[in-house]
Design a binder for this molecule. Structure first.
Ligand code: GDP
Ligand code: MG
Length: 231
């Protein structure tokens, strides 16, 4: 990389980090946790949010920020379940920029208790950028193959929780569940692993309980001293 490109790269990363830091402070002041859901296109991220909307109705008021290259389809799908959802359209962008997420937060209902972000479908780029989240949530579907945690380790290493989706399809696939669990544990031994099917509704309640516990912990956490509520 040339010196000029290194400087530009550093400036972009510095800007991004500044926005993420501002977002983290803004969320801490409100005691909202924010989870950055990252996975391939079609992994079942939106289906997961739809399932959680049903399960958590009346128990946790979460808002959603959606990232896609085009259309507001995912925000519309989630909003149909009574969830406040904001769509960020990234065009050619392969991940949600921290600044766009920071801007969107201001438009969320003040009585929200948690924010779930669905990042642009991609196992690589979104994992490289901090958007100010409490934790990244890696979303992998059984149709992608059990070796993906080994092939895309950065996301799985950084994830605070990992969700394996579409488990209803296991009887129809040659997917080695044990090998997948082992691959995940080779990379990340600490993050909880949720094996779910949004279609069958199985496994989702454990994930919902984890989110409830995260929101309760955030409510009890002390906001940093001198934290201003304004941006
Ligand atoms: N069989 C099955 N299909 C699913 C499940 N979750 C999502 N899908 C399907 O997978 C496709 C992509 O789902 P979507 O939620 O749009 O994935 P996203 O691109 O990660 O948001 C759609 O055709 C869904 O109906 C599941 O639990 N089981
Ligand atoms: Mg989606």
């Amino acid at each position: 990389m040339s010196t000029a490109r290194i400087h530009i790269h550093r400036a972009v990363m510095d800007d991004s980090l500044r926005e993420a830091t501002a977002t983290r402070a803004w969320l801490a002041a409100r005691r909202w946790p924010m989870f950055n859901c990252i996975g391939s296109p079609g992994a079942g991220k939106t289906a997961l949010l739809e399932g959680l909307a049903t399960l958590l109705a009346g128990r946790l008021k979460f808002a959603v920020i959606e990232g896609d290259c085009a259309t507001a389809r995912d925000a519309e799908r989630v909003a149909a379940h009574g969830i406040h959802a904001i769509q960020i359209v990234t065009g050619d962008g392969c991940h949600l920029p921290a600044a766009a997420v920071n801007k969107a937060l201001a438009d969320l209902p003040a009585d929200s208790e948690c924010v779930l972000v669905e990042n642009v479908g991609n196992l690589v780029c979104p994992a490289a950028f901090d958007i100010g989240e409490t934790a990244k949530v890696a979303v992998l579907s059984v149709t992608e193959g059990e070796d993906k945690p080994l092939k895309y380790p950065a996301l799985f290493r950084k994830a605070g929780a990992i969700v394996l989706t579409k488990t209803d399809l296991l009887p129809h696939l040659r997917f080695n569940l044990e090998a997948c669990r082992h691959a995940i544990r080779q990379i990340n031994s600490a993050a909880p692993l949720f094996e779910v099917s949004a279609r069958a509704g199985t496994g989702l309640s454990a994930l919902a309980d984890w989110l409830l516990a995260q929101a309760a912990a955030a409510r009890q956490a002390c906001a940093p001293l001198g934290q201003a509520l304004g941006k």
